[in-house]
Each structure stands twice: as structure tokens, then as C-alpha cells.
Design a protein around this ligand. Sequence first.
Ligand SMILES: [Zn+2]
Length: 81
Amino acid sequence: MKCPTCGSEKIKIYRSTSCEDNIIRRRLCENCGHTWNTVEIDMDQWNSVTRSFSKMKYIISQLEALVEEMKAKILKLGGTV
Ligand SMILES: [Zn+2]
């Protein structure tokens, strides 16, 4: 990790706090004195988030296909969509 201000790699973590499942680290650049926070997400939690996201995308695509199918059926019956 590099300092976002000066690009130095002399970074010190001077405080770690946990917030729910995440760890917030307070970082300090020893070169310019810049401080900032980084959040470390638990990998298991991250995986479950990405998994449910791709699941959601799949469900949406299935719903879209269903809507198209219904539209076709309605048109076939002489209706308007
Ligand atoms: Zn710096």
C-alpha cells in the first residue's frame, strides 16, 4: 500500500477498529503525515455478497425472458402490449 498523497510506502497502522464484520484501519504516512482509513472486508462476507449479486442477475434475466414470453402470448391472442 502506498500513501495516496505522496506515494511513499512508509505506512504505519496506528489504530484498528472493528465495525460489525469489517475492520477499519487508520493508516499514517510516516513521510508526509497524511492519515486515512482503509476498510478490510471479511472474505466470506464478500463472497456471499458477490454470490447473491450474480444470483440476482440470473433471476432478473429469467424474469425478462418471462415478460417477453407473456408479451408474445398476449400478441398471439390478439391483444396489445
Ligand atoms: Zn505520504
